[in-house]
Design a protein around this ligand. Structure first.
Ligand code: UT7
Length: 322
């Protein structure tokens, strides 16, 4: 059984945080942030708003925007997040409960910024296996709750948001072959220190904050992503010209520009959510898709290559037809 994404929806919290906000507590400025990252603004969840709340709002938006869609028959919920409300119970179960969806598998997955694409790959496989028919795949984060506001190289990057896709069976394949992988040797270059533990042979002290070796991840991202785009095209017997859009994880506009340069692809066809959402990890790809969709850019029948990369250092890419 083939599959397709039949709808997407998003939610971003009300609270807008501009670049000047950070000048209250770190030495920085709008010019540095815009020129080094492309970020002008990001959204922060309120103190009482958690990742599951953002997902639930995204579902309300899905239903409001698509009168023909109901949650009846939803049989699996996958939530990609590194900032779950709690490790247990999982975020997916909170969504299940909010909408009283019965007989529905509930799973959180952790693959950081690659997680939304990982979720699509899982959903495609479950539909292909014939075991499930109506799957909600979320990418959602409240990174602001885990941000170290004393670290000026990372705190200016992160934002909160949720995006989701409804994945259902299709007569014609519309979610094509994927690439997935990880460079676990780089685990220590980007991590969220939840527990005292050892990663890559080094001790990690729990402080509940995100730590990033920005320069190393930046270089790794450009090289890895460029290579994986070519691998993904080859796996689908496609050329760059067959694509209408590329959506990379919105980590930094300079990474998107760097990859566009490496693969020689027009930057106008690279969609992102970086400018007004910042780096929202798992949520960044569906947010970028939604921004472009609402701007009237994405049309039925078009092909989009999506590729996420981040903590792990994980990566996952897939080509879909809208
Ligand atoms: O989402 C998962 C994947 N994540 C990524 O892909 C992130 C990859 N990394 C990056 O996006 C970039 O490395 C950062 C945005 C994190 C940092 O940008 P950079 O161009 O690599 O800056 P840098 O760390 O090399 O710092 C350059 C200078 C330094 O000053 P000196 O040593 O040259 O005097 C920093 O101290 O910029 C300084 N700096 C800042 N200045 C003003 C660092 N952060 C700031 C800041 N405001 N917020």
């Amino acid at each position: 059984m083939e599959s397709k994404i039949t709808a997407i929806a998003v939610y971003t919290p009300e609270k807008r945080i501009n670049n000047a906000y950070f000048q209250q507590f770190i030495e920085t400025n709008d010019e540095w942030i815009v020129s080094r990252t492309g970020i002008r603004e990001r959204r922060f969840a309120s103190e009482t708003q958690f990742t599951s709340d953002l997902c639930i709002q995204a579902v309300h938006n899905l239903l409001a925007e698509n009168k023909n869609i109901s949650l009846e028959g939803v049989d699996f919920i996958i939530v990609s997040t590194t900032t779950a409300d709690q490790v247990m119970p999982n975020t997916a179960s909170q969504i299940q409960n909010a909408f009283n969806i019965q007989n529905c598998g509930c799973l959180d997955i952790m693959a950081a910024c690659a997680g939304f694409v990982y979720g699509l790959v899982l959903a495609k496989g479950m539909i292909a296996a014939g075991t499930h028919k109506k799957i909600l795949v979320f990418g959602a984060e409240t990174l602001s709750k885990f941000t170290d506001f004393k670290d000026r190289t990372s705190c200016i990057l992160f934002g909160d948001g949720a995006g989701m896709a409804l994945v259902e069976p299709s007569d014609k394949a519309k979610i094509f072959n994927a690439v997935t992988g990880s460079d676990g040797g780089h685990g220590k270059d980007l991590y969220l220190s939840q527990n005292n533990s050892i990663v890559n042979g080094e001790h990690i002290e729990a402080n509940g904050k995100i730590h990033q070796n920005g320069k190393v991840v930046f270089k790794w991202a450009i090289q890895t992503v460029s290579g994986k785009i070519n691998e993904l095209l080859a796996k689908n017997a496609m050329q760059l010209e067959d694509l209408d859009w590329i959506i990379l994880h919105s980590a930094n506009m300079r990474i998107i520009e760097g990859v566009a340069g490496e693969i020689n692809y027009p930057i106008e066809k690279m969609l992102s959510s970086i400018e007004y959402c910042g780096n929202t990890s798992s949520a960044s790809i569906p947010l970028a898709w939604d921004i472009a969709r609402k701007a009237g850019k994405i049309k039925p029948g078009q092909k989009i290559l999506m590729l996420g990369f981040g903590g792990g250092l994980t990566f996952a890419g897939v080509i879909i037809e809208v």
